[in-house]
Ligand binder design. Structure first.
Ligand SMILES: [Zn+2]
Length: 389
């Protein structure tokens, strides 16, 4: 392989300027994280620590579906540069009155982490939208924050009318599902993709019917409102909905590994959750749906999520690697040539000491990380990558 000015190239006619000996390592594209809110920065120290954590795990691409703009600004200079990770942001997410994540906002307000002004402002964390007039009025301010995509909250959408004025359903409802198609229409008109949060199989269908580009979770990812899973039926994806997701080219983000923290591996809930997730992943795989890796884990990158997915046995190690590096990266940055080791693609890759096809955990045996040719922008310089040094 050869690279020049940050891009993989075909073999040059002359000699390469330098040779990087990969010493028989296993070369893969970098990893990606399609759903994480921890990529933000309240201070330069925090910004450096976040980027260092992602670089260490070789998760070069990230997507933050609900963030406050000031914490995003704190990352300037550390992200979306060749030496840092590349991240997209939705800015404040869009929900309905009393909808998720207003509960999270109130908790953070109580802890002094967020401000009273963090609702319904371009600088804020959450947009609360009650109806079409409200949407029309707030939409210009939503766009004013220059989001990379729009995140909308769909939650128990088939019970929306019942839940909208039920205080016990506070933070367990989303936006009025009737508004979602209009949000998608407006977003697409502005050149923005839409990620929908979902909880149930009905929400999954609502999101697809509205034309969402990404489904931010797999149904049942955290069980029911009590994070329990007494029955799995409300969370089971149907053949028809999986077919629809495939036909529309929607990406489905996993976010399944939280269950490993909710219940021990030998518990009834855990076994039920594992088998629900296996069932749904098989359903999506059967219909060729683009499943991508995201964790929604505040403490981590997507590494534990990918390792948990491997443990479910639905995908071969090769399939999972491709999902995690190629599909997930392109799900986040559809306009970039990333996630493949081919001429014309950005020269970003990892060298692993041990074979990830033999044991998926070997994705952690990272010996070398190269992003965009490691910033080598010398004109016409060609560097050869050799495993036979
Ligand atoms: Zn999330």
């Amino acid at each position: 392989m050869y690279m020049s000015r940050g891009v993989f190239t075909a073999a040059p006619s002359g000699n390469a300027d330098s040779v990087i000996d990969l010493r028989g390592g296993h070369v893969v594209p970098p990893f990606a994280e399609a759903h994480n809110h921890n990529i933000d920065a309240s201070s330069p120290e925090r910004a450096k620590a976040v980027v260092a954590m992602y670089m260490k795990d070789a998760v070069f691409y990230g997507q933050n579906p609900c963030n406050v703009l000031r914490a995003r600004r704190g990352l300037a200079g550390y992200i979306n540069v060749p030496t840092g990770i590349d991240v997209t942001f939705s800015n404040a997410c869009v929900t309905g009155p009393g909808g998720h994540p207003v509960g999270l906002f109130l908790r953070n307000l109580g802890r002094g982490v967020m401000l009273a002004t963090d609702t319904n402002s371009t600088e804020g964390f959450v947009w609360i939208i009650a109806n079409e007039n409200d949407l029309a009025r707030k939409w210009p301010a939503i766009l004013a924050g220059k989001p990379d995509f729009i995140k909308v909250l769909i939650q128990y959408s088939d019970e929306y009318e019942k839940r909208r004025s039920d205080t016990s359903a506070f933070d367990f409802r989303g936006i009025d599902p009737k508004l979602v198609p209009e949000i998608v229409r407006r977003a697409h008109a502005a050149g923005l993709r839409v990620m929908a949060h979902v909880e149930t199989a009905a929400d999954f269908r609502t999101a697809l019917e509205a034309g969402a580009d990404q489904i931010g979770h797999m149904p049942g990812f955290r069980g029911n409102e009590q994070t329990k899973l007494p029955v799995t039926e409300p969370f089971e994806i149907s053949d028809a909905d999986a077919q629809r997701a495939a036909r529309q080219g929607a990406y489905v983000v996993t976010t399944l590994s939280a269950v490993t923290g909710l219940s021990p591996a030998d518990s009834v809930m855990r076994r039920r959750a594992d088998s629900l997730f296996i069932r749904n992943l098989r359903m999506l795989k059967k219909h060729g749906v683009r499943v991508i890796v995201g964790s929604d884990s505040y403490r981590n990158t997507a590494v534990p999520e990918a390792v948990y997915l491997a443990s479910l046995g639905v995908y071969t190690n090769a399939e999972l690697l491709r999902m995690w590096s190629d599909d997930t990266a392109r799900g986040i940055f559809p306009d970039r040539k990333i996630g493949r080791l081919e001429p014309g693609y950005e020269a970003s890759f990892l060298v692993l000491d041990r074979d990830p096809l033999a044991d998926f955990a070997n994705v952690k045996s990272i010996r070398m990380r190269v992003k965009q040719g490691d910033g080598d922008s010398r004109p016409h310089a060609v560097r050869a990558l050799s495993s036979r040094g």
